[in-house]
Design a protein around this ligand. Sequence first.
Ligand code: HEM
Length: 750
Amino acid sequence: QVAAPYTDSGNGFVFDGITDPTYGVTYGIVLPQANTSTEFIGEIVAPIAAKWVGVAFGGAMIGDLLLVAWPNGNDIVASTRWATDYIQPTEYDGPTLTTLPSSLVNSTHWKYVYRCQNCTSWQGGGGIDPTGTGVFAWAYSSVGVDDPSDPESTFQEHTDFGFFGINFPDAQNSNYQNYLQGNPGTPPSSTTTTTTSTSTTTTGPTASATPYDYIIVGAGPGGIIAADRLSEAGKKVLLLERGGPSTAETGGTYDAPWTQSANLTKFDVPGLFESLFTDPNDWWWCKDITFFAGCLLGGGTSVNGALYWYPADSDFSTENGWPQSWANHQPYTSKLQQRLPSTDHPSTDGKRYLEESANVVVQLLSKQGYSNITINDNPNSKDHVYGYSAFDFINGERAGPVATYFQTAKARPNFTYKDYVLVSQVVRNGATITGVRTNDTSLGPNGIVPLNPNGRVILSAGSFGTPRILFQSGIGPTDMIQAVQANPTAGANLPAQSDWINLPVGQGVSDNPSINLVFTHPSIDAYENWADVWSDPRPADAQQYLTSRSGVFAGASPKLNFWRAYGGNDGFTRYAQGTVRPGAASVNTSLPYNASQIFTITVYLSQGIQSRGRVGITSGLNAQAITNPWLTDTDDKTVLLQALHDVADNIKSIPNLTLITPDPTMTLEQYVDAYDPSTMCSNHWVGSAKIGTSASNAVVDQNAKVFNTNNLFVVDASIIPALPIGNPHGQLMSAAEQAAAKILALAGGP
Ligand code: HEM
């Protein structure tokens, strides 16, 4: 949404703002005309169902000025807040909030009209530029705050959030000083007064649309590999990506201060990986998905740690949920290996760096009957083995599908790539897809891009994005399509109810539950916990990398991986994976410790886990977990605890090795019980549009075609029915090779 001028009929003030179509909350702002002013007047007009409402004046929860407000009796209680993480935002001093007289609470609504002084800039350098544009975000909750009378009350996480763009000069008003007195003044003749409208008639240029053989939605690993193989076969392919460039090769420019001379972005330099999670300007994460998802070229493969495992045969077995016809993955895995070989020594000088944590854990595991292997030389050996971490880095830089498959596709005249294009739905005539609806009216009337006769659409928008497009296309469980229906914009474009296709989209998803154990050992170099890699790297390491793509920065943080198989009481074999890295995401301990000697073993449960959850959308169309998928199965929990005990079993046999989180005041059982489920997330979501043999428990058939449609396919992690043994992007890319081959071989296509 974009802010537009409206007049509040209650106080007569002209604001620039929006009414969000889902909850009916209006957010407005008006600025004085002086560009040097540091204040504004804002308003929130909310139905009584809104228990608290927030505004983020920089468009993000973390690192900008937040305002929260709620009704308390006949008054409005409000405060400015600040968040350093996705946790309770706390008091933020500096701004002065004054409640203006037209604020009210009545039987249907509450309205907060406020003056915010010292509000146009905030700590960290951000602010509102009255001559420019900005993005505001709103947060909405249907759950009341803990103590409504206290402006600094705590509360639970919002039930939804959204964004809108704003052109600040549009919000400037010559009557500002009158408004402060409660007087609307004389509306300037130039201001057209409108009431807020939720209609979204698209204006702007429309083009006659070019049709394609294949429209692929999403340039992550699935979409890129499919696009490359289909364009290689001579098909006319359009690849659409909602985000923009990532690596420098693709036009990306988000360089660290010290890499600018070499024009290398955050996404190019392996050693900058950890800074993805600590950068306040984290524009690459999809803001409408409540988990880390990459909204840029390459999708997850541009923002992951790039741990890359050639799939084990069992990853594609019928036991792991795949149709029999997928079991022979080797030809496809070989094609992948040819394009994208793995390396377990990414530095161009062939040496390994920062291996101290690996060396300590090797001592631990050697005493537990583990053996040392080169993991990708033995993809099927995943029991009692360890080896150096392997990656899809090439020449000391992030490679993945972007540096390989995308480059060959791009060189073909029959391939078109468009970025910053968001697809909301497939346009269909019953079971036949005729095109996709985008937000880009230069691609066709109303943004609709058509297919050639017999053309096909492939959804590769990810484990959350693909379900959201399916729901908006009238495909999925009824409750999710109804959520779309409740959204005025998306609801208006839904197919008629008689055309809805009921499939278990979003159901039965899995993600690895992962638990961090944090240790110290005197041999460790924790590398300042990666905190300085972006702005203040160790000079010699930075220089070495810039000169020869070697050294610490040529590698990501993981150093060693290990696996062990466990039999469960229920007869299923489950695998536990360990990933070892210097540093720690968080330390919680009563022990004194040396922060420069910390390292982490993350223990995940992978193939064989039985826990499942569900993903879906809010009617604001934000994607989220409806049911968390972690440790819902008691045998999963038993096995994970067993694996943690085994890892920790012989710590004492290694001199000076200390487990600091959990500390000795806690058992591993207590530690896991107290673990915040959302931090158990590995962002390895699979199964939201599962492959299978029946529409009763799967969304796509063995050709990756959506059941009960003629020409709609899914090629991304959504189709993977159950987690593979290792971090999933290697298996996913092999699956994309296989899916592309099956789609090409399927009769009836373009
Ligand atoms: C107890 C309080 C809160 C908790 C636990 C919480 C937690 C979270 C979490 C987990 C996310 C998801 C991350 C993502 O999807 O990218 C998020 C996003 C967001 N939150 Fe909050 N939040 C809280 C309060 C607030 C408040 C008071 C505001 C605004 C005034 C706010 C504004 C936002 C916005 C705009 C987003 C999406 C954009 C972004 O990622 O920055 N949150 N929050």
